[in-house]
Design a protein around this ligand. Sequence first.
Ligand code: C5P
Length: 299
Amino acid sequence: MSVTVRVPAKVNVQLAVGAARPDGFHDLANVFLAVSLYDEITATPAADGLRVTCEGPDAGQVPLDRTNLAARAAEALAARYGRAPDVHLHIAKDIPVAGGMAGGSADGAGALLACDALWGTGASREELLEICAELGSDVPFSLVGGAALGTGRGERLAELEVGGDFHWVFALAARGLSTPAVFREFDRLGEGLDIPEPVADQAVLDALAKGDPAALAVAVSNDLQPAALSLFPELSDTLAAGRAAGALAALVSGSGPTAAFLATDAKSASDIAGVLRASGTCRDVRTASGAVPGATVLD
Ligand code: C5P
């Protein structure tokens, strides 16, 4: 018997970042939107110990040791319920690795839900969300999906209303960016500046609630974008290529380096994807839409 869980990627339609806190993290106003690029995590009982395997175009870059968030999720759940984490976790990976789309977080949330179902722990939603928050700032959102405002370091979630589908094109970069490195660059660029408290932008929330891509396009923002561009200057060519191809908005997804382009509709997204593919400014191009549900057990 095994359990498979499907988990979506995310794009941040607003990422407001405060000054570094004493613990090194940053307070955020983080508006997450779950989009239809998915990892699938399958948990199968194992005789002795925890094993992680991975397949997919980026599989070679995925750590298979105990640093993998899927492994850490299984260990955390097993420890809480006083059992051995004897499980094989297989990740079918479609979310770009180190791309700013919460791929690692998706695997953490997916493994947690899969092991919970496999072991019949009967953990409450609140308990699962607590474990997610311990695993990483973006992991609770991977469980919840839809759209949500994350505050604190991003882990305290308030679900948001979404009034229609938003169509996106994602340009995948030739290499990844490390999230801690991007936050460190944010700190370096902001040295000596007065960094305001991060607050959610009402225009972003209204555009999501209305399902209005044109309104969302003028409201999106990402405070990590200058830091990502500073570490990955070629990304500005990718963003320019998507804008020229007719995207309503072009921005870096989270800490990057995936570039996200908001399109009017599915047809426009497919057209923009075609132009980007031919532009030579990225490794691969994907289209997706959202909001979509969070981690879901498949039959
Ligand atoms: O929470 P998570 O482990 O995903 O965060 C990865 C890294 O990103 C942290 O170690 C920290 O350097 C940075 N980070 C931050 N402020 C946040 C979230 C993440 O500085 N709110």
